[in-house]
Design a protein around this ligand. Structure first.
Ligand SMILES: Cc1ncc(COP(=O)(O)O)c(C=O)c1O
Length: 342
């Protein structure tokens, strides 16, 4: 029986083509700049993301943190959404690595109040830290995409104050697809962007940071500082190249499957699917413990070779990815009904 995993899109297996490309990759020492496969990936990524240069990093977390380190000085304040990955899921790294103070701004699925943002940017005062960076996240972790116009407004406010903007675009291509635009249309409203190759795009490892040549040169040195200089890393780059060329266009299948999954979940009594947050490949829903007992569901599915996460932040989240097909969703629904019947 096929193992199914609805916990995230980070669980995707590399494709057979990726495995072949990895096995045959022409590599060199990337710390010397000698890895042709990695050089090709970084050039291609910069072009697709509409930036001058790009840098491969081991993870999305690393990409965000090396960007923060590169943009800021110790003691700066950075403005980040209260529910951003950088705040919730990166182990407080901005404080440890960059020595910055994180100031959170309330977001509604990644969208901020523009007046509140303006008010948060520090003026000159002997008591104040300098505002060193504004961060955005698109697609947002709540499953929504941030409209292009809003990104532009945030970017303009930051620019007017001479503050750089970093975009956590772990799922940038999902966002671009949902908005019906090219990825570079989103990245025009940031100075640096982090995108993940290892989520819906199915590469086994890695993210890309992109920005100006000057920024990337500095980030390359900071990557080394953080212990992220890698040697024959073209082995990973080979999979990254396929992620960027072959795997972007198929993301609509994951989005369609998420809508199908949302529809099917409605068949289960007591589940309330958050349909206004169904922009990408994530389905969020609420249920009471009585209707949908957490331990029984997670364990019952596990026994049937289906992995799901339990409740986080009061919500359930099931994620579609390239290893999940329609019939797998049908199997999940049948399994849920079976477990709940008992
Ligand atoms: C929005 C967002 N940013 C950053 C990351 C970090 O990526 P990684 O798991 O590769 O460190 C994730 C991971 O899920 C994410 O969802």
């Amino acid at each position: 029986m096929k193992n199914l995993d609805f916990r995230s899109d980070t669980v995707t297996q590399p494709t057979e083509k990726m495995r072949q490309a990895m096995a045959n990759a022409v590599v060199g020492d990337d710390v010397y700049g000698d890895d042709p496969t990695m050089n090709k990936l970084e050039m291609m990524a910069a072009e697709i993301l509409g930036k001058e240069a790009a840098l491969f990093v081991p993870s999305g977390h690393f990409g965000n943190q090396v960007s923060i380190l590169t943009h800021t000085n110790r003691g700066n304040e950075i403005i980040v959404g209260h529910d951003a990955h950088i705040v919730w899921h990166e182990v407080g790294a901005a404080a440890v690595i960059s020595g910055v103070q994180v100031r959170t701004i309330h977001t509604e699925n990644g969208v901020v109040d523009l007046d509140e943002l303006k008010g948060m940017i520090r003026g000159e005062d002997i008591h104040y830290p300098d505002t060193g960076l504004v961060c955005m996240e698109n697609a947002h972790g709540t499953g929504k995409v941030v409209p292009l116009e809003h990104m532009k407004e945030v970017y303009e406010i930051a620019k007017n104050h001479g503050i750089p903007v970093h975009l956590d675009g772990a799922r940038l291509f999902n966002a671009a697809l949902a908005l019906g635009v090219e990825a570079a249309e989103l990245t025009q409203y940031c100075d640096s962007v982090n995108i993940c190759l290892s989520k819906g795009l199915a590469a086994p490892v890695g993210s890309i940071v992109a920005g100006t040549k000057e920024f990337i040169n500095k980030a390359r040195k900071n990557r080394k500082l953080m212990g992220g200089g890698m040697r024959q890393v073209g082995i990973l780059g080979a999979a990254g190249l396929i992620a960027m060329t072959d795997m972007v266009e198929r993301l609509y299948i994951d989005h369609d499957n998420a809508k199908y999954l949302a529809d099917r979940l409605k068949e289960i009594k007591g589940l309330s699917v958050l349909e206004d947050r169904l922009d990408i490949n994530m389905v969020f829903f609420n249920a009471t413990e009585e209707d949908f007992p957490e331990e029984k569901i997670v364990n019952g599915l596990f026994e049937r070779n289906i992995k799901v996460n339990g409740i986080e932040g009061g919500e359930w989240r099931f994620v579609t990815n390239k290893d999940i097909e329609r019939e797998d969703i049908d199997r999940l629904i049948i399994a849920l009904k079976e477990i709940l019947d008992k």
